[in-house]
Design a protein. Structure first.
Length: 130
């Protein structure tokens, strides 16, 4: 019975790790698309939008990888495995925290700029003289 559970968890771990890798790949492609659109369209926040998109993808991937690590220690963990999980969880949680903080700061900058700087300057109409 334990072998069956380990086999099933092994497959689940592979799927979860693959989802993490897919999140990075999709996020990287989305970031490149946003970057190119920004450059071609003259978007002053193109680089920031690309960074935010990539940061979100990396944060999601970190969550998937952490989930896979937790699953790996779920069946018959040893103290060594628990110690490694604790270290990995601490590192990934810290990375995720700083990524989330950076994303929030970048979004705040973009929102503040949108409020301060209009997207298009207002046109003035010439006064009609009759």
């Amino acid at each position: 019975m334990e072998e069956t559970i380990q086999a099933v968890i092994g497959v689940v771990i592979l799927v979860v790790e693959s989802l993490g890798a897919a999140a990075v790949a999709v996020g990287a492609v989305a970031a490149v698309v946003l970057l190119v659109r920004g450059w071609l369209g003259g978007d002053r926040h193109g680089i920031t939008r690309a960074r935010v998109a990539l940061g979100r993808a990396l944060a999601l991937a970190l969550e998937f990888q952490l989930a896979a690590d937790v699953l790996a220690t779920a069946v018959a963990p040893t103290w060594d495995m628990i110690g490694r999980l604790a270290a990995i969880a601490a590192i990934r949680t810290a990375l995720n925290h700083f990524l989330a903080k950076e994303i929030a700061e970048q979004q705040e900058v973009m929102a503040r700029d949108e409020d301060v700087l209009p997207a298009r300057p207002a046109r003035r109409r010439a006064a009609r003289v009759d």
